[in-house]
Structures are given as structure tokens and as C-alpha cells.
Design a protein around this ligand. Structure first.
Ligand code: NAD
Length: 291
């Protein structure tokens, strides 16, 4: 068997097309505001990429760049102003923040109906009480929601299936568990303290891996015919060659699985597309006065 590749770009394009069509039905073009503190090179590149994609999708996007030594009070004051600005529909504070700023205090200060990253406790609660998705006020984190959109694009249904997630981060594993549960999967969340990980992963009809360890998942850990979603992004250093980006899943898993996301070009493109879909969702909810 050789697994079907679940490529991200066509699924991301479909998600963006839907976001663009929904945005065009609103009275005003939705606006995403990105906030970056300091000049961490990865953050500079992520924020620029998000703004570029927002504009390509026909959304308004503005970036606030604050110096590294910005105080927490100054950052919170900016968020208060953005929360109150009716022209701003979505707010994203790029992480990580400099060490002197309490990330949780900052994320908690974003108005829940503008929280396009879905990290605010109100949105976490909405996710776990099933209030996300079409017609619902909740906003869920972009990577796990993008994964659900990818499955949907490829016609893969999790209802009634055994879903195993490896990794329990706030960013990926935990919210993905909530979304899969809302979609009627039977969900297991495995992590660094899970005993006999292979026995757990072999149960999975759908295996989601978000750990950040090169080739952690090997063929003998996979049930024949399983669908594998590889969220991991790792740099594989190679002697005399450029480093290569690889996932958490060993390429030989393709001999056992029925379908597999590539790295790069799988989950990655879905994350940014989902951010823009969330911005349009936020604008719809605000326009309807639902929040
Ligand atoms: P994290 O470090 O916050 O969490 C990693 C999780 O893996 C933890 O819950 C930990 O318990 C678990 N873990 C660690 N070692 C383990 C082991 N040996 N066995 C089982 N579980 C183990 O990471 P994160 O932010 O969730 O990111 C995970 C990976 O996904 C990273 O490679 C990251 O770069 C990637 N990522 C990709 C995207 C994307 O858009 N493609 C988005 C977010 C994260």
C-alpha cells in the first residue's frame, strides 16, 4: 500500500475562496490586526506572511510593530484600543512575546469575539461546549481547525472512528481533541507521559501527531489503513547539505497508512487560511451582534 497524499494547498485555496465569498457578503471589508513585539526573525516572517495572505484574500490587514522593550501595560493599552475600535474585527498577538511580558495576561485581554487565535478562556469554553463552527459565536485555534477543514476537503469523516492525538499543547493537541469530539470521534489524547505509546497509536483510525520530534511515529506504530495527520515541523540537519523540514511521522508510514499529510505542504498552509476564515467568522458574528 502507498498512502494518498493529503496536500494542503488545494484545501487551503478552497477555505480561502469560501472566506472571500463570505467576506463579500458583509457590509464592510473585515479587518485583521496583527501585533508584533520585538524583531524575532521567525515572528517577522510569520506576521508578514499572514498580512500578505490576508490582503490577497481581499481582507484589510494592519500590523502594529512595537519595540522589544514595550511594557506589558503599553501592550495592554493597545489591545484596549483595538478591542474598542469597531473597524477592527480580528486581533492576533504574535507569540512568543518578550520574557518580561506575561503572555497569558495579554491573550486574556483580547476581546473574545475578536480573538481569531481562539486562545481566550471564553473561546476555550465555547469549543468544549460545542459552540464553534457555522452559525456559532466561538473561535477555535487555527491549526486544529485547519486540520478539520483539510479532512472535510478530502471527504474524510471522523464520526464514530477512533482518533488518537499525540501531543497535548494548548495550540494544537487540546483544541483538536475538542473539535474531534464535537465531530463525534472517539478521542484519545496521548502525550510525553503516555505509557506504551505504540499500543495507543495502533488503535487509531485517524492519527494526529503534534509533538515536534523528527520521525517519532514509525510504521509499526500505525494501524494498516489509518489516516495520518502530521503536524510536526522539524529541521533535519544534513551534512554538507541544506537543512530539510520534516514532520513527526517517518516516511515509511506511507507503506501502512491509507492517507498522509506531507511536511511541508500539508497542515501548514491550512493554519494561515484558517486564520483568515476566523477573521471573516469574527466579522460575521460582530455584524450579527451575536457575541
Ligand atoms: P509543544 O512543545 O507545545 O507540545 C508538544 C507535545 O508533545 C506536548 O504535549 C508533549 O506532551 C508531547 N510530547 C513530547 N514528547 C513526546 C513523546 N516522546 N511522546 C509523546 N508525546 C510527546 O508543541 P506544539 O506547539 O503543539 O507543536 C508541536 C509540533 O507541531 C511542532 O513541531 C510545531 O512546530 C508544529 N506545529 C505546526 C503547525 C503548523 O501549522 N503546521 C502549527 C503549530 C505547531
Amino acid at each position: 500500500m502507498s498512502a494518498t497524499l493529503l496536500a494542503g494547498p488545494p484545501a487551503a485555496a478552497a477555505l480561502l475562496e469560501d472566506a472571500r465569498a463570505r467576506a463579500s457578503r458583509l457590509a464592510r471589508v473585515p479587518q485583521l490586526v496583527l501585533v508584533r513585539v520585538g524583531d524575532d526573525p521567525a515572528s517577522v516572517s510569520y506576521v508578514a506572511g499572514k498580512q500578505k495572505k490576508a490582503r490577497e484574500t481581499g481582507l484589510q490587514s494592519h500590523v502594529h510593530v512595537l519595540p522589544e522593550q514595550t511594557t506589558q501595560a503599553e501592550l495592554l493599552a493597545l489591545l484596549t484600543a483595538l478591542n474598542a475600535d469597531p473597524e477592527v474585527n480580528g486581533i492576533l498577538v504574535q507569540l512568543p512575546l518578550p520574557g518580561h511580558i506575561d503572555e497569558k495576561a495579554v491573550l486574556d485581554a483580547v476581546r473574545p469575539d475578536k480573538d481569531v487565535d481562539g486562545f481566550h478562556p471564553v473561546n476555550v469554553g465555547r469549543l468544549w461546549s460545542g459552540q464553534v463552527g457555522s452559525g456559532q459565536p466561538g473561535l477555535a485555534p487555527c491549526t486544529p481547525q485547519g486540520i478539520m477543514a483539510l479532512l472535510d476537503f478530502y471527504g474524510l469523516t471522523v464520526a464514530g472512528k477512533r482518533a488518537v492525538i499525540v501531543g497535548r499543547s494548548q495550540l494544537v493537541g487540546r483544541p483538536l481533541a475538542g473539535l474531534l469530539l464535537n465531530a463525534d470521534a472517539t478521542v484519545t489524547l496521548a502525550h510525553s507521559r503516555t505509557a506504551d505509546l505504540a499500543a495507543v497509536t495502533r488503535e487509531a483510525d485517524f492519527l494526529f501527531v503534534a509533538v515536534g520530534r523528527t520521525h517519532l511515529i514509525t510504521p509499526e506504530m500505525v494501524k494498516p489503513g489509518a489516516v495520518i495527520i502530521d503536524v510536526g515541523i522539524n529541521r533535519l540537519e544534513r551534512e554538507g547539505q541544506k537543512a530539510k523540514l520534516v514532520g513527526d511521522v517517518h516516511p515509511d508510514v506511507a507503506q501502512v497508512a491509507s492517507a498522509l499529510t506531507p511536511v511541508p505542504g500539508g497542515v501548514g498552509p491550512m493554519t494561515i487560511a484558517q486564520l483568515l476564515a476566523n477573521t471573516v467568522r469574527a466579522a460575521e458574528v460582530q455584524a450579527a451582534g451575536q457575541a
